[in-house]
Write a protein that binds this ligand. Structure first.
Ligand SMILES: [Fe+2]
Length: 184
């Protein structure tokens, strides 16, 4: 039987009742990303980069995210656990922690299709797509992703400021325009 968005959300909701929800969600995503064609059927083909909300509630948010080739999102925090299941392209993560002078680097991780990245609720990361294909993933968060107070940091100055989704939307628009201009 074909997989639907409702199925994906229901699997994540079931995982929330497990003893350690983030690990149960990780297991759900690990299973889902083994079959990328099935996910693409459920979620549709990716033609432009962007964030699509599949589910948003107080205890759970499920997003479909496609990073445009060449795009990079400045450091930000979620203040809730997150599990990111890649099923197309690759996401390059850089990790940070708060420091007297803004942020300091704590390393990075490349997350290719087929991998799941789990982030604790104190994680700070930036994300880049350095490949010439969309980096496509299911992002699952243990809370209301859009209505929690939290920070982002300027890429250059590492100055902390409130998270601004309009700024993120503009980044997607710019990256999509650049990418479309590069197409034959
Ligand atoms: Fe993030």
């Amino acid at each position: 039987m074909a997989l639907t968005v409702e199925d994906i959300v229901a699997m994540c909701q079931t995982a929330l009742s497990e003893h350690t929800p983030v690990l149960a969600v990780r297991d759900v995503l690990e299973e889902l990303v083994t079959r990328p064609a099935r996910l693409e059927e459920a979620l549709g083909p990716v033609e432009v980069g962007g964030i699509t909300t599949l589910h948003n509630a107080a205890d759970l948010t499920v997003l479909h995210v496609a990073w445009t080739p060449g795009m990079a999102l400045y450091p930000h925090e979620h203040r809730m656990w997150a599990a990111i299941g890649m099923y197309g392209g690759q996401e390059d993560n850089a990790f940070f922690r708060r420091a007297p002078e803004g942020l300091e680097s704590t390393g990075g991780r490349e997350v290719p299709a087929g991998d799941v990245l789990v982030l604790g609720d104190d994680a700070i990361h930036s994300v880049a797509n350095s490949r010439r294909e969309f980096a496509v993933a299911l992002h699952v968060y243990g809370g209301d992703f859009f209505n929690v107070e939290r920070s982002e940091w300027d890429f250059e100055t590492l100055e902390e400021r409130p998270r601004d989704f309009e700024r993120t939307a503009r980044l997607f628009e710019e990256a999509n325009t650049r990418w479309l201009q590069q197409q034959p």
